[in-house]
Design a protein around this ligand. Structure first.
Ligand SMILES: Cc1ncc(COP(=O)(O)O)c(C=O)c1O
Length: 393
């Protein structure tokens, strides 16, 4: 039978990072010594008080459906955090939805906003899933390539240059995976004015909001008066609290948009797991010293790895301002492209990194290294990379 699968999926690619994780696992299983610097999964354990809260919930039989919006106490904790951090006021009753993962929060937001034929601006390099999710929603991603020479700075001119009458939304991600940039006040002002001028919805993925290396440097577009009523703010627990396997996130925004997000959630995943959400409450309301401890370690990793890579002739590498990735420019090293470089690094160094091309136009010529593994793994991986990349080929 022809066309057993949906035609729209013909344009959708597998997640490059998940495919690489599979590759690293199968090489390890085949007995090869592999150092995996491809994944965005913190090596830390989930904080004890979060584990306790979920275990207690299980022990007391808290194992049934919750409201599709999520537990009221978790929604309140999310709304309180938003107002405390950035002054953004959202009604926990109607303007916050707890989702099974930030990934689903982005997906539900796009599904809530997009019609077939719509287009979505995505500054790139960007996280691998945005463009594919836009396609799953039947719409078209329009990449806005940023330039390494400008430290991947976003500007109104770059956005205007890609504007078409079909653009309905823009996806932002700060702190940014993979570049480690944190959007500054001038970039956010440009985005606010641009999106208001063209009446666009902003989907702002702030999953790395806690992982910044200058205090309070993370700002959300929802803070800008032009944006409060047009922004869906996404975040989650995976990165800040080392809770990747829990699959817990959230999205907040103005009621009109959130009513639509809720429809997507109710008719797809229903809601996030009940006892998982109890863990989320403990994470948001409990002791934050584990988060600080993790950020301090990422800070040490970024400084050390940045220093080491900067010694390799031909490599240019900006010091990340947030998130836990390094995104060195390897275009002067003579590889045909970033995929060839990543492949060569697996073969020659046994180190798995992500080719920059996976992050869209603007990412080519770079590789992404994750600083989320343990210090020993980061040091061993980066040392091996530096050794092989310094040798004549
Ligand atoms: C930018 C970005 N958004 C969202 C996610 C997904 O987060 P979650 O684990 O909550 O689905 C990731 C994970 O790597 C990410 O890098």
């Amino acid at each position: 039978m022809e066309h057993r699968t949906a035609r729209k999926l013909a344009q959708v690619e597998r997640s490059a990072t998940m495919a690489l994780a599979d590759r690293a696992r199968s090489l390890q299983q085949s007995g090869r010594q592999i150092i995996n610097l491809a994944g965005g999964d913190p090596h830390f354990g989930t904080p004890e008080h979060v584990l306790d809260a979920a275990q207690n919930a299980l022990a007391e039989g808290f194992t049934h459906y919750t409201s599709s919006r999520g537990l009221p106490e978790l929604r309140k904790a999310v709304a309180d955090r938003l107002s405390r951090r950035s002054g953004v006021i959202r009604d926990p009753e109607h303007e916050v939805v707890i989702t099974p993962s930030a990934k689903h929060a982005v997906f539900a937001s796009l599904m809530a906003v997009l019609d077939p034929g719509d287009e979505v601006l995505i500054p790139t390099p960007s996280w691998v899933s945005y463009g594919q999710m836009v396609r799953l929603a039947g719409a078209q991603p329009v990449p806005v390539p940023l330039f390494a020479a400008d430290n991947f700075t976003l500007s109104r001119e770059l956005l205007e240059a890609k504007l078409t009458p079909r653009i309905k939304a823009i996806v932002l991600n700060s702190p940014t995976n993979p570049t480690g940039r944190v959007l500054n006040a001038s970039e956010l002002r440009d985005i606010a004015e641009f999106s208001a001028a063209h009446d666009l919805v902003i989907i702002s993925d702030e999953i790395y909001e806690d992982i910044v290396f200058e205090v309070n440097s993370h700002r959300s577009p929802a803070e800008y008066s032009e944006c409060a009523d047009r922004t869906l703010t996404v975040s989650g627990f995976s990165k800040s609290y080392a809770m990747t396997g829990w699959r817990l996130g959230y999205v907040s925004g103005p009621r009109e948009l959130m009513d639509a997000v809720l429809k997507v959630q109710e008719h797809s995943v229903g809601e996030a797991g009940s006892f998982i959400q109890r863990g989320g409450v403990a994470a948001l309301l409990g002791d934050h010293s584990p988060v600080q401890h993790m950020v301090e370690q990422y800070d040490r990793h970024r400084k050390w790895a940045h220093g080491a890579l900067s010694q390799v002739p031909g490599i240019e590498c900006a010091l990340p301002e947030g998130a836990f990735y390094l995104f060195p420019d390897i275009s002067a090293l003579g590889f045909s492209d970033s995929h060839a470089c990543a492949q060569w690094l697996i073969d020659e160094a046994g180190v798995v990194v992500t080719p920059g091309s996976a992050f869209g136009p603007g990412g080519e010529g770079h590789i992404r290294l994750s600083l989320a593994p343990s210090t020993a793994t980061v040091e061993a991986g980066v040392n091996r990379l530096c050794d092989v990349l310094s040798m004549p080929r």
